[in-house]
Every structure is written in structure tokens, then in C-alpha cells.
Design a protein around this ligand. Structure first.
Ligand code: ATP
Length: 250
């Protein structure tokens, strides 16, 4: 379980987060939305232990987060920068397994299995730049999954992809989440996406001093599909409520 208690953050005299308290139960996919610059990435980086110095406490399974937690995976928007260009796709995915002391052949076999799982066939020996943006982001997701993380943090992971690729990757994420039960905190600008992938949506207010202004359960069927789910009255009602909250309309 991930728990934030009264987390506040200043950068110099800029007040970014103001008393964020949240409990994310194991296995939940929590979407976080809010206006640009309100502090969503800052919140995520604090949870990842990449930005020490916040006020309040963040605990993961009861232990305070004081550095990058074990069993944590992070996926950023800039897949181009997060993959190592000189390594093959397979070796990029296998990289986190080095820490587990697995031999090279076992690491590569594991990486190839995960690549198949995220729908990438026959690209293991290619370099990242030879792949499309959507394929590179699949590689980044494969690399995140290879260590079987208990917590996955995703910062606008599909923000720079075209609409069709984005939908495919949203469905991949849902499939992986259903199968593995990983706890996921998913930051997005996209209101519809936050509802489509989420079990729950938290809306942050505009800064300075961003707070949680909505905390909504997404009561939609677990099996989602891009056309059917998005046309359900419950989906439309939720996206409207989230949209109003993001725009400060109550
Ligand atoms: N390391 C840092 N040092 C100083 N200020 C920072 C730092 N990181 C973020 N900020 C500031 O904190 C505020 C929140 O930034 P953050 O990137 O967390 O917002 P965001 O909600 O993720 O934005 P966006 O939706 O546009 O990606 C911004 O004003 C930003 O300039």
C-alpha cells in the first residue's frame, strides 16, 4: 500500500504541493489529473524517491520512502531519452535484471518473453531508433515490467503518441494491470484517458499550492473497450465531472 500523508513541496519560494494525503491500496490503478504545472510530475517524482525534501511522509508498505524503492518501475513520456540508443531492444529490456544477478542468457530469455507479451515480435535485436514511437514506448513498458514491479509510476506515458497508438497502449496497460495486479499511479493530461484506464481518478487543483479537489471511484466494468466503454453513460458522467474539476468549474 502506498500512502501519502500531508505531502507538501516548495521549490525555493514557489509552493507547488499543499498537504496531499492519499492512500493507494495494492492493485489499484490510480489516475492523477490536473492543470498543466500543478505538480503532477513533482508528486510522482517524490513517490519515486527521486526528489527528496518534501514535507509530510510517503510510505510504501509501511516503510518511509527515503530513496528509490525496490520493486519500483517508472515510465516517462520521453521514451526516446529513457532507452539507451547503443543497446539492442532486448538488452535495454534486460538491463534491470542485472541487479538480480541473473546470467546473460537468462536475462535475454526473460527480456524476449516480456517483449512478446507487450506485442513486440522480431525486434529484439534492433536498436530503439529503428522503431516507431509507439514501439519504443512498448519497449519502455517491457523494461518496466521485467522486474515484476509491485508499484509502477507512469508520467504521461502516452502523451506524445498518435491517437490510435495511444489507444492500443492504454489497452495494453489495462491487460497488464488485470493480469499482474500491479499498483499503478498514472499521471495524464487527458481526462478521457484518466477515466478509461483508472480504477480511481484524483484531480489536483491549479497551483500554487496544489491540493486534491476530487477523488472519484471509476465504477465501470473491468473489461473495457475503446468504443463501448467510452459511450457508456457512466463514463460520460465521470469524464464530465473530472473535466469540470480540472477546469475549476466545481
Ligand atoms: N526541480 C525543480 N526545481 C524547481 N522548480 C521545479 C522543479 N520541478 C518542477 N518545478 C516547478 O514545479 C511546478 C510543477 O511542475 P510539474 O512538472 O510537477 O507540474 P505538472 O503538473 O506535471 O505539469 P505538466 O502537466 O505541464 O507536465 C512548475 O511550476 C515547475 O516549474
Amino acid at each position: 500500500m502506498l500512502r501519502l500523508d500531508s505531502v507538501s513541496r516548495h521549490f525555493g519560494d514557489q509552493h507547488v504541493l499543499d498537504g496531499i494525503s492519499l492512500t493507494v491500496p495494492d492493485g489499484q490503478l490510480l489516475s492523477v489529473v490536473g492543470p498543466s504545472g500543478c505538480g503532477k510530475s513533482t508528486l510522482l517524482r517524490s513517490v519515486a524517491g527521486l526528489l527528496p525534501g518534501e514535507e509530510g511522509t510517503i510510505t510504501l508498505d509501511g516503510a518511509p520512502v527515503t530513496g528509490v524503492p525496490e520493486h519500483l518501475a517508472v515510465v516517462f513520456q520521453e521514451y526516446g531519452r529513457s532507452l539507451l540508443p547503443w543497446l539492442t531492444v532486448r538488452d535495454n529490456v534486460a538491463l534491470p535484471l542485472r541487479r538480480q544477478g541473473l546470467g546473460r542468457a537468462a536475462r535475454r530469455a526473460e527480456a524476449e518473453a516480456i517483449l512478446e507479451r507487450v506485442g513486440l515480435h522480431g525486434v529484439a535485436r534492433r536498436r530503439p531508433r529503428e522503431l516507431s514511437g509507439g514501439m519504443q514506448q512498448r519497449v519502455a513498458i517491457a523494461r518496466a515490467l521485467v522486474c515484476r514491479p509491485s508499484l509502477m509510476l507512469m508520467d504521461e506515458p502516452f502523451g506524445s503518441l498518435d491517437a490510435g497508438t495511444r489507444e492500443d497502449l492504454e489497452d495494453l496497460l489495462l491487460e497488464v494491470h488485470r493480469a499482474d495486479g500491479t499498483t499503478i499511479v498514472f499521471v495524464t493530461h487527458d481526462i478521457d484517458e484518466s477515466v478509461y484506464v483508472g480504477d480511481r481518478v484524483v484531480v489536483l487543483s491549479p497551483g500554487p499550492g496544489s491540493r486534491v479537489v476530487r477523488d472519484l471511484r471509476v465504477d465501470l466494468p473491468g473489461e473495457r473497450d475503446q468504443i463501448g466503454t467510452r459511450s457508456l453513460p457512466d463514463f460520460v458522467a465521470l469524464r464530465t465531472e473530472v473535466g469540470r474539476a480540472v477546469r475549476g468549474g466545481g
